[in-house]
Design a binder for this molecule. Structure first.
Ligand code: SAH
Ligand code: SF4
Ligand code: F3S
Length: 457
C-alpha cells in the first residue's frame, strides 16, 4: 500500500537516536523502516530533522540520566521551532508511562516497545492535533509480523525471536519494560531469514533476553528437525532450521541464560556449520549468596560446570559475559569470588557494570550499601584483570589463520578494514572497501586485548 499521500504538507525528515542493547537497535531500525515506507526520509542529524525520536534504555541509572539530559538539551530548539515533533520510544517510555510527559514536557509523545508499530500513526495524530500522546498499553502483546525493507546494514541483520523476560533478576528493570516472555513461530522466523538471505544477507544475529528459553508457540517442531529427539530444546531446533537456509553463512545469538543453557546447545554449536562459536553467558556475580539475592537461578559451581562443558564441545569457541559489581551487601569476600570466577573461566571479553537500583526491580528494597568509591575500585580491579585475560586469550591466535567477515572501513584509515571472526573478535586488516561483506582468511600477526591484527592469506 502506498500511503505517501497522507504526509503531503507535513514534516518529513526523521532522526532517531538510540540508547541501549541490540533489541533497542533493532527497534529503531524497525521504526525507521515503517516511517520510510510511509514517505518519511531519514535526517543525518538532529539539526536537519523535523521529527526527533529518542529510543531509550533504562537498564542502568547512568544510561537513563544521559537520555534525560540529551532530551532536555533540545528545549531551546523546540522553543525556536515549535513545529518539531520530539518523541520517546523504548524502555524508558514504558518504565515511566504517563509520568514522562510531566518530567520532560518538551516531549510530544512517548511510546513503549510493544506499541512501536503504531508510531507512524502517533506522529500523524501529533501533527494534526498537537497534543501529548502516551502509548504503553501493548507491553505484553505479540508484535505484528511486519518487516519493512529497511535495514541498517547490507549483509548483517538482527532477527528478534521474541520479546520480554520472565526471569525477574532482582536488579533488572527489563521485565517491567518489555513485559512477559513471548516468542515468534519458527515458521515466521524462518520466513524472515529466508527473505533476508534472498536479499543478500550473510549473517544473522538472533535476539532475545533469554534465547535458551525459546519455545515455538504452536509446539509444531518435528517439521523443523531431521532427527527429532526429546532432548533437543526448541532453540536448538530453531538453529537447525535456520542452518538450512541457503545464502546465510553465519548465525549468532544472544543472550544465553546459564540457568537454561545446556549441552544440547553446545553440541549444536559444534555440529551446525553456520552457527558461530561465540557464547555470551552472563555470570553477573561469583558469590552464591549474591547470585541468590540476584535471583539468577544458578550457583557459581553450576556456571563453572556449564562453561567447562562449552569448552569441551567447542574448544576453539569464545565466551563472553556480563558482571555487576557492588550489588547490595556484596562484601570484599563476595567480590573475591567474582574475581576467582573471572580467573577460572577465562572469558574472552566481559561487560562490567556498577550496580544501580532500578525501581520497580525488587533489589531496590535492599540497601545500596556499597559506596561509589568501592564500586569503582572493584570495577577497576575486574577491568584490569579482564584486560590481561583477554590479551592472553587473543595471544592464542597469534600466527593462526582465521575466517573473517569484512564489515567496515577503519574509522581512521581508508586503507584499513575491520571485520569479525566467527568467535566475534574484531580483526584489523589491510585492504580496500570493495572487500566489505566478503569472507577472507586472515593470518593473525599481533593482538591487543580488544582486537587482532593480521593480513589476508
Ligand atoms: N537479558 C540479558 C541482559 C539484559 S541487561 C541477561 O539476562 O543477561 C544487560 C546487562 O546489564 C545485564 O546482564 C547486567 O549485567 C546489567 N544490568 C542490568 N541491571 C543492572 C543494574 N540495575 N545495575 C547494573 N547493571 C545492570
Ligand atoms: Fe534482566 Fe535477568 Fe531477564 Fe536478563 S534474564 S533481561 S538480567 S531479568
Ligand atoms: Fe535493552 Fe536497555 Fe531495554 S538494555 S531491553 S534497551 S532497558
Amino acid at each position: 500500500m502506498n500511503k505517501k499521500s497522507l504526509y503531503i504538507n507535513m514534516p518529513k525528515k526523521i532522526y532517531i537516536r538510540t540508547f541501549g542493547c541490540q533489541m533497542s537497535l533493532r527497534d529503531s531500525e524497525f521504526v525507521a523502516g515503517l516511517l520510510l515506507d510511509d514517505g518519511f526520509t531519514l535526517a543525518n542529524s538532529i539539526a536537519g530533522a523535523d521529527i526527533i525520536l529518542f529510543n531509550s534504555c533504562s537498564v542502568r541509572k547512568h544510561a537513563e540520566d544521559r537520555l534525560i539530559s540529551n532530551i532536555s538539551d533540545l528545549k531551546l530548539l523546540k522553543k525556536k521551532r515549535p513545529d518539531i515533533v520530539i518523541g520517546l520510544m523504548g524502555c524508558t517510555a514504558q518504565a515511566y508511562k504517563d509520568k514522562i510527559l510531566d518530567r520532560l514536557p518538551i516531549l510530544d509523545f512517548s511510546c513503549g516497545p510493544g506499541n512501536e508499530s503504531d508510531i507512524p500513526k502517533i506522529i500523524k495524530d501529533i501533527m494534526e492535533n498537537r497534543c501529548g500522546i502516551v502509548a504503553t498499553d501493548k507491553i505484553n502483546d505479540k508484535r505484528p509480523e511486519i518487516f519493512p525493507e529497511y535495514r541498517q546494514d547490507r549483509f548483517r541483520a538482527y532477527v528478534s525471536i521474541g520479546e520480554g523476560c520472565n526471569n525477574f533478576c532482582s536488579y533488572c528493570i527489563v521485565p517491567y519494560t518489555r513485559g512477559r516472555e513471548r516468542f515468534r513461530e519458527i515458521k515466521d522466523i524462518l520466513k524472515e531469514v529466508k527473505d533476508l538471505a534472498k536479499r543478500g544477507f550473510k549473517e544473522i544475529m538472533l535476539l532475545g533476553q533469554n534465547v535458551n528459553s525459546y519455545m515455538n508457540p504452536s509446539r509444531n517442531l518435528t517439521a523443523y528437525s531431521s532427527k527429532p529427539t526429546a532432548k533437543k530444546s526448541d532453540f536448538v531446533r530453531l538453529l537447525e532450521a535456520l542452518n538450512a537456509v541457503k545464502g546465510i553463512e553465519r548465525i549468532r545469538f544472544m543472550t544465553s541464560h546459564p540457568k537454561d543453557a545446556s549441552a544440547d546447545l553446545f553440541k549444536a554449536m559444534r555440529d551446525l556449520e553456520k552457527v558461530c562459536e561465540h557464547l555470551h553467558l552472563p555470570l553477573q556475580a561469583g558469590s552464591n549468596r549474591i547470585l541468590k539475592l540476584m535471583n539468577r537461578g544458578y550457583s557459581a559451581e553450576k556456571y563453572l560446570k556449564l562453561a567447562g562443558e562449552y569448552k569441551k564441545y567447542v574448544p576453539e569457541g569464545s565466551i563472553t559475559t556480563d558482571i555487576i559489581v557492588g550489588f547490595p551487601s556484596e562484601t570484599r569476600e563476595d567480590f573475591g569470588n567474582t574475581v576467582k570466577m573471572v580467573e577460572g573461566v577465562g572469558f574472552d571479553g566481559a561487560y562490567m557494570f556498577k550496580y544501580s537500583p532500578r525501581p520497580p526491580a525488587k533489589s531496590v528494597k535492599l540497601k545500596d550499601d556499597v559506596g561509589q568509591k568501592e564500586k569503582e575500585d572493584r570495577l577497576n580491579i575486574l577491568l584490569n584483570l579482564q584486560r590481561e585475560i583477554s590479551l592472553n586469550r587473543n595471544k592464542l591466535l597469534n600466527g593462526k589463520a582465521v575466517e573473517v567477515l569484512v564489515c567496515d572501513l577503519h574509522k581512521k584509515d581508508n586503507n584499513v578494514l575491520t571485520g569479525r571472526t566467527r568467535t566475534n573478535k574484531v580483526v584489523v586488516l589491510g585492504g580496500s572497501s570493495d572487500m566489505i561483506s566478503k569472507f577472507v582468511n586472515v593470518k593473525i600477526e599481533s593482538v591487543t586485548p580488544h582486537a587482532l591484527r593480521g593480513r589476508i592469506v
